[in-house]
Design a protein around this ligand. Structure first.
Ligand code: KG4
Ligand code: ZN
Length: 341
């Protein structure tokens, strides 16, 4: 069957066309996977500006859709899957309205998709033999959640961030350091550069917020503030130096990694997890992946399927369709605060 998937929850306009075969062990063939990123537009604001993002989605979605049709030589769809939340409400509506109009016009079934579930199910592109229960760590620009997954479609949120998401922390710290949006990739790149620090005073030690607390919640806003205070306490010449920026990038990345790994392993142990699943933009971080893998076996998507994409939306759509879920296109709405479970 052919699935058309649409994702517009944040600043990436994405359309994917998947050809799916098989039932219990589906094989997903990606016929088209296009992502039109708005990062250059949002760069000057240091983050995503929702109404500008909405306008860009409106402009780009029809273009990306047409391009994906051409790539697939005018396919005959069987199903439409669209992200309805969580995300930026004005942005979500662009994808939702586009999908509803198509569903009506082409008389196709439509499945509303939770963006967080899509990030989890990105791991099922080439893998259907996952053992449950699983502990999922979803780390993106808008969310940081630890989720207990009993099966596909059965989730319980164990904990989440009380303030900023991990990706948001990368983005805000980048802004403090005068680096570009999105912060994650650039901080990772700076952190990976060889350090030649001769000056002992440049050694930075940041806190690992909530790492020893018994719950599964996170807090990254204080970490960002600690970076700001350290930055402000330095002479201008020091804080603009390559060494300082590299040292800070390395330490903030490590602080985030330490907290994420520690809480995830604790949840995995307490819930006797048979699988650990990662997803979301921050899961593209090579150092996080490496340090996780040095401790435990994990499932994590290829980096291009960690950041926002419509392939993961199509995969989620297929699993819901398997359960014979039916939705009336007229009743489908965007929900910025949609929650799993
Ligand atoms: O999942 P995603 O593409 O969009 C949301 O749903 O938010 O995640 C975007 C976030 C941004 O905050 C970005 O800085 C972060 O993921 N990110 C990274 C990396 N690549 C993207 N963070 C750390 N290391 C990376 N390599
Ligand atoms: Zn996302």
């Amino acid at each position: 069957m052919l699935i058309l998937a649409i994702e517009t929850s944040c600043d990436d306009t994405s359309v994917a066309i998947l050809d799916v075969e098989g039932n219990k062990n589906p094989h997903f063939k990606i016929l088209s996977n296009l992502v039109s990123s708005q990062t250059r537009i949002h760069r000057k604001y240091g983050g995503v500006y929702p109404f500008l993002a909405k306008r860009e989605h409106q402009k780009n979605l029809p273009i990306v859709f047409e391009k994906s049709l051409k790539e697939t030589k005018n396919p005959k769809f069987d199903l439409i899957a669209v992200t309805i939340g969580p995300g930026l409400e004005p942005c979500l509506w662009v994808g939702v309205n586009f999908a509803k109009n198509l569903a009506k016009e082409l008389k196709l079934p439509i499945i509303p998709i939770n963006h967080i579930e899509a990030h989890i199910l990105a791991n099922f592109l080439n893998n259907t033999k996952t053992l449950f229960p699983a502990i999922c760590l979803i780390v993106s620009g808008g969310h940081t959640q630890l989720i207990l997954m009993e099966n596909i479609g059965e989730y319980k949120i164990l904990g989440e961030t009380r303030d900023d998401a991990a990706g948001e922390c990368f983005d805000k710290v980048a802004r403090i350091l005068g680096l570009e949006y999105p912060g994650g990739p650039i901080i990772a790149a700076k952190a990976a550069m060889k350090l030649k620090i001769k000056n002992e005073k440049l050694k930075i030690k940041l806190p690992r917020p909530m790492i020893n607390q018994k719950n599964y919640d996170f807090s990254f806003s204080g970490l960002k503030t600690a970076v700001l205070y350290d930055f402000q306490s330095r002479a201008q010449k020091i804080r603009q130096s390559k060494e300082y920026i590299r040292e800070m990038a390395k330490e903030v990345q490590q602080a985030i990694i330490d907290v994420l790994i520690s809480k995830t392993l604790k949840a995995a142990k307490n819930y006797k997890a048979k699988t650990i699943i990662l997803g979301g933009g921050v899961a593209a971080n090579q150092e996080l992946r490496k340090q996780f893998k040095s401790k435990v076996k994990i499932l994590v998507p290829e980096t291009k399927f960690c950041t926002d994409n419509a392939v993961m939306v199509g995969i989620a759509g297929y699993f819901h369709w398997l359960k014979r879920e039916k939705y009336d296109w007229q009743k489908i709405e965007a929900n910025a605060n949609l929650r799993l479970g």
